[in-house]
Design a protein around this ligand. Structure first.
Ligand SMILES: [Zn+2]
Length: 366
């Protein structure tokens, strides 16, 4: 999704080193081939030498390398400061509706919040808040709180207004929801771009790259498989996964231990379970997987099931490569597959503040 602000707005943001544009765009300097965050403290490049990008990935593919001062790839698993403040505000009082005026009072441009949420979360800020409110409401209903109390606590003027909004989000009226679970989705910043993660009480059921074209289909499949709605929120399994992912990307975690749920056809489930047996730092071919399953010659079907894996990274479909050693395919893009394999082999690819960074990635892109 292309969500760049106007050139004029970006020029002004760079001139003012405005940190509130972090995560919204990146600026490349043609004369040096370096790209920066909008707030980089280094000298401001001349307007005609600037090149704007929506993502760090695009800047890298255009041949720019990350600046050593502002480290545009170094996300530390954090959303930018202003977005963190906004998310904290929503978490603190999810039932309070934040209007555009409220956002301005928090020194956040509503249009900027909209762009950030669309780009990183795939939904508007208001849709995110509505989802959070409804997720909280379902939690309380399941705890046995009377419906009227939940409706009032969610800032709905009337019981019926609440019921309508609830049914819109969850697809069933609140009275019949006491025993129903829902899938809780969250987002994680990572060196390979923002990730969307989702879990139910049994375990993690989704980990995907947010820009992946298949994401919508994955959501639909999840809703059908689990027969429930997906709402943004917090969950203990998501917290555990975020912690493990941070250690994985730091190179210190070699085996994930979060519980996983991956319903599918018997063949898909057999493939996904087999993938979990490929050790960290190693690869095998589609043929190898087919043989391990006792179905030699089924490498095409293995490849297909591999591409349908809903829990990227943790179920390591990136460790399956072509027989000749070439990368083969990857739903998240070959550059990510190369990044993950390099990370696991301890090879510097394009980690921040590394001059060889771009070389590694360009090799991956070829
Ligand atoms: Zn910089």
């Amino acid at each position: 999704m292309r969500t760049l602000p106007s050139i004029r707005e970006m020029e002004q943001a760079v001139r003012q080193r405005d940190a509130s544009y972090e995560g919204i765009f990146f600026v490349g300097l043609r004369t040096t081939g370096i790209f920066c965050r909008p707030s980089c403290p280094a000298r401001t490049p001349l307007v005609q030498n600037r090149h704007y990008f929506a993502t760090a990935r695009e800047a890298i593919f255009a041949g720019y390398r990350p600046c050593k001062r502002c480290r545009p790839l170094d996300t530390n698993g954090q959303a930018p400061g202003w977005a963190q403040r906004l998310l904290a505000q929503v978490e603190q009082a999810p039932t309070v509706r934040l209007t555009d005026t409220d956002l301005r009072r928090l020194a956040i441009e509503p249009a900027r919040a909209r762009r950030y949420f669309l780009k990183h979360y795939g939904m508007t800020f208001h849709a995110y808040c509505r989802g959070r409110r409804m997720g909280k409401a379902l939690e309380r209903i399941r705890q046995g709180t009377p419906l009227d109390e939940v409706a009032l606590g969610n800032a709905y003027e009337s019981h019926s207004g609440f019921r309508t909004a609830f049914a819109k989000t969850f697809g069933r009226p609140p009275g019949r929801s006491r025993t129903q679970g829902c899938i809780v989705a969250g987002w994680v910043e990572s060196p390979v771009g923002p990730l969307i993660v989702a879990a139910n009480d049994d375990g993690i059921c989704l980990l995907e790259f947010t820009e992946r074209r298949m994401l919508e289909t994955q959501f639909t499949t999840l809703r059908k498989r689990f027969a429930c709605a997906i709402v943004p929120g917090n969950h203990k399994h998501l917290d555990a996964l975020k912690d493990e992912l941070a250690r994985y990307f730091a190179g210190t975690l070699k085996e994930f231990s979060v519980p996983l749920v991956y319903p599918g056809s018997p063949f898909q489930q057999a493939v996904w379970t087999e993938l979990l047996n490929i050790p960290y730092g190693e690869t095998c071919s589609y043929e190898d997987v087919a043989c391990a399953l006792g179905s030699p010659g089924a490498q095409r079907a293995v490849g297909r099931a591999n591409g349908q894996n809903r829990i990227a990274i943790v179920i390591p479909c990136h460790r399956v490569v072509n027989k000749g050693g070439q990368l083969g395919g990857y739903g998240g893009g070959l550059w990510r597959k190369q990044f993950l394999l390099d990370l696991e082999r301890g090879v510097q690819s394009f980690l921040p503040a590394d001059d060889r960074s771009c070389d590694g990635l360009e090799r991956a892109a070829r």
